[in-house]
Design a protein around this ligand. Structure first.
Ligand code: COA
Length: 265
């Protein structure tokens, strides 16, 4: 693994082949998201989007306890109303940037994913959780509400009953319950979380990038339209695949009974 260590940075970036691992790095604060961390994450995701050698991103938190334990409560405590609104916008812009990244992002949920931490996980395309993870939207306990898209993404992921339960009661759920609610895709033993997540990431990195992008676009754009527009959008994306070398390679490899070698064009 080539590793560019930035000890003072709130975000670490390392490449494992074509998988970029982005780590929120404030373990002494359970990786709470302050403004500087939101900005560093935005830069890291911009760089990942623009780097053709990166085929998949894994997002996680440093240390043994937390993915991200929320927006930084100490920082929020001092904010005036307009600053609070700007903090929400800053977070929402980052979450939308991640959600609309043209390559898959996998959240490796290695412990607490609370408040802004669950919001961060939910804007990723897949969520793999360790069996020690605790997930929730506890903002009401602070006299707050989710501000980085939590009410909207949780509603879309898990429906109205689960969203109202998590956001109104403010109590976290364990990984297994989060799996039952559809909030996480898989739960694995905490000790195997990294290995299992990297297996999934490696599969995505090996897959056809333009096809993955097509799926992401269809879900992100088409999924927010009515059925007619969504289906038309899917058809347009499907047609576009026929212009790619990877589509020729994938179908030819199937016919020749060999493994495809996707090039990303
Ligand atoms: N913002 C700022 N700092 C946070 C934080 C957050 N969201 N979550 C944890 N921290 C800090 C703690 O203040 C503490 O810092 P300190 O050592 O300087 O006092 C450090 O991280 C460790 O947290 P601590 O509370 O001592 O760990 P714990 O194991 O006892 O409890 C949690 C873990 C996650 C239950 C608890 O930290 C918590 O409830 N955090 C807030 C969760 C939350 O409400 N998030 C939504 C924010 S909108």
């Amino acid at each position: 693994m080539t590793e560019a260590k930035q000890p003072e940075s709130p975000v670490l970036v390392a490449d494992r082949g074509a998988v970029r691992v982005i780590t929120v790095n404030r373990p002494d604060k359970l990786n709470a998201l302050n403004a500087a961390t939101l900005d560093a994450l935005a830069d890291a995701f911009d760089a990942a989007a623009g780097d053709e050698s990166v085929r998949c991103v894994v997002l996680t938190g440093a240390g043994p306890k937390a993915f991200v334990a929320g927006a930084d409560i100490a920082e929020m405590n001092t904010l005036a109303p307009v600053q609070g609104r700007d903090f929400s916008l800053r977070g929402q812009r980052l979450m939308r940037r991640i959600e609309t990244l043209p390559k898959p992002v996998v959240a490796m949920v290695n412990g607490f994913a609370l408040g802004g931490g669950l919001e961060l996980a939910m804007c990723c395309h897949l969520r793999i959780a360790g069996d020690n993870a605790k997930l929730g939207q506890p903002e009401v306990n602070l006299g707050l509400i989710p501000g980085f898209g939590g009410t909207q993404r949780l509603l879309r992921l898990a429906g109205r009953a689960a969203t109202l339960e998590l956001c109104l009661l403010g109590a976290p759920v364990d990984a297994q319950r989060a799996r039952e609610l559809g909030i996480v895709n898989r739960v694995v033993a905490a000790a195997e979380l990294e290995e299992e997540t990297m297996k999934i990431a490696a599969q995505l990195a090996d897959s056809a990038p333009l096809a993955l992008r097509g799926v992401l676009d269809c879900v992100n754009v088409g999924g927010e339209c009515g059925i007619e527009e969504g289906l038309q959008y899917e058809t347009a994306q499907f047609g576009l695949m026929f212009s790619t070398g990877d589509m020729r390679e994938g179908t030819t490899a199937f016919l020749e009974r060999r493994k495809p070698a996707f090039q990303g064009h």
